[in-house]
Ligand binder design. Structure first.
Ligand SMILES: Cc1cc2nc3c(=O)[nH]c(=O)nc-3n(C[C@H](O)[C@H](O)[C@H](O)COP(=O)(O)OP(=O)(O)OC[C@H]3O[C@@H](n4cnc5c(N)ncnc54)[C@H](O)[C@@H]3O)c2cc1C
Length: 441
């Protein structure tokens, strides 16, 4: 432990939980301030409206989770999660073609987001130097001479509003973060934002898994530009439940009534529709539309206050179909921990250095999500050269996947953030991808 003082984390969702776990190794006390009440069992919360939708934890996220919380995958499996090999146990259709199934040992622990968060929260709450404070709405920052020293808190239990002081403060309050408004109040600029919005909408519904169950644990049908803007996922969760998600791009939002939902699913794919027709629904149909890629460029601000950092969706949110947000926030929390270790307890300049590093942390996920989305929007919306090139090359990679196992496996590794996107530019892969493209022309 390098610092004998307290740290505060704003927001007790996934990014806040990873961060609290990491900060517990560096500060005497960690206080998580969360505006919602925090249920002890898996249950939805208003502050996380996406928590009733399907959430896939990428392999990189699962690896970090196991390092931060030893034994947690066994705990998830004991609670009913399913260990799913993403190429063997998953029937997947990409660009109109079903993919061959083979064992890759690239896995996810399929369960509801509600259960994942509840188990992580229990683990964090059990840490002796972490306090999870529910009903604490943070309303602003308290700063002195360029150093953030605390936060203003409105307590929902009727306690008088007050200031909570700390030596280090992390904003993990998600897409709705008020940091862009709080910064000018203490004399700093509002950041620029990069937004790539493919206007994707989700609709999700839970079903009992039919008896006998199919031979797969997961069915994924990707959108097929420019022919089909509809996609779907069937994902097995705990308690013998399927989470069924359908999504539409460019404003083709899926309906949330029974008839419309099923008609939309039929347009996703005939096998997909047939699978859910055999299953019994056990929930309402829930829609969701706030899905744009949004990167708040705190890294570009020339002035940044000491002892304040932001991470997770508060900085960079992704189109959720690529399943990246939980993993990328874990990667950011780990990087923060590494920087705190390297600092030896000297926090001067650390916060600004962390924000400047943020683009490196998110780059692989950002390139993947935005290059796929730019295929729908047209490459003209790409804001950087790597984005433009990725926007040209990635569709060719996707076209090659059904025909080439090496390209397929490498893509899954990259998608799971196990290898960097540059792996797809190795000569062996480029030759196969371009060879397939040229043959197609
Ligand atoms: C439909 C959908 C599906 C998704 N699917 C996946 C997926 O498959 N895989 C994946 O990895 N990611 C997925 N994501 C992304 C994932 O939900 C987030 O990346 C992840 O939850 C981490 O976000 P976060 O903790 O930064 O923010 P959030 O989860 O949004 O949490 C923010 C927290 O801060 C609290 N808060 C906000 N303001 C304040 C305040 N002023 N004071 C105190 N507390 C505050 C909120 O109540 C909330 O608890 C999906 C997102 C959506 C929208």
């Amino acid at each position: 432990m390098s610092n004998s003082q307290r740290a505060i984390v704003i927001g007790g969702s996934l990014a806040g939980l990873w961060t609290a776990r990491v900060l517990a190794d560096h500060f005497a006390q960690v206080t998580v301030l969360e505006r919602d009440s925090l249920p002890s069992e898996p249950a939805s919360r208003p502050g996380v409206p996406q928590d009733r939708h399907v959430h896939v934890l990428l392999e990189r996220g699962a690896d970090i989770m196991s390092q931060l919380f030893p034994g947690i995958t066994e705990e998830l499996l004991a609670a009913g999660a399913n260990r799913v090999d993403l190429t063997k146990d998953s029937r997947a259709k990409i660009r109109g073609q079903w993919l061959p199934q083979f064992e890759s040992k690239i896995v996810t622990y399929a369960c509801s987001r509600l259960m994942l968060e509840a188990i992580l929260r229990r683990r964090v709450a059990a840490l002796p130097n972490v306090a999870l404070c529910a009903g604490a709405q943070v309303q602003g920052l308290v700063a002195n001479n360029g150093v953030v020293e605390g936060v203003q808190v409105r307590w929902k239990d009727g306690r008088a509003d007050g200031v909570e002081t700390a030596a280090f403060i992390v904003d993990a309050s998600g897409r709705g973060s008020k940091l862009p408004e709080w910064l000018p109040q203490i004399g700093y600029d509002t950041p620029e934002e990069t937004v790539i919005d493919v206007r994707l909408g989700y609709a999700g519904r839970r079903y009992h898994i039919p008896n006998p169950p199919p031979a797969w644990d997961m069915m994924l049908v990707g959108a097929d530009p420019p022919h089909n803007s509809r996609a779907g996922l069937i994902y097995s969760e705990e308690n013998n439940i399927w989470m069924v998600m359908v999504a539409g791009i460019l404003g083709d939002y899926p309906p949330t009534d029974e008839e419309g939902f099923l008609a939309f699913a039929r347009e996703v794919d005939a096998d997909f529709h047939a699978a859910i027709r055999k299953a019994e629904p056990v929930s309402n149909i829930i829609g969701y539309r706030r899905t744009e890629n949004r990167f708040r460029r705190y890294d570009r601000l020339t002035r940044w206050p000491e002892r304040l950092v932001a991470l997770g969706d508060a900085v960079c949110g992704f189109n959720p179909v690529y399943g990246q947000g939980m993993t990328v926030s874990a990667m950011a929390a780990v990087e923060l921990g590494n920087m705190l270790t390297a600092s030896g307890g000297n926090l001067v300049g650390l916060a600004h250095a962390f924000q400047k590093k943020y683009p490196k942390i998110v780059e692989p996920a950002w390139l993947l999500a935005t290059s796929a989305d730019l295929e729908w929007l047209g490459n003209a919306e790409a804001t950087s050269l790597p984005e433009r090139f990725a926007g040209w090359y990635m569709p060719k990679v996707l076209d090659a996947i059904p025909h080439d196992r090496l390209v397929h496996r490498t893509f899954i590794e990259m998608q799971n953030l196990i290898v960097p996107p540059t792996t797809l530019f190795k000569p062996a892969i480029v030759l196969r991808v371009l060879g397939h493209w040229l043959r197609g022309r």
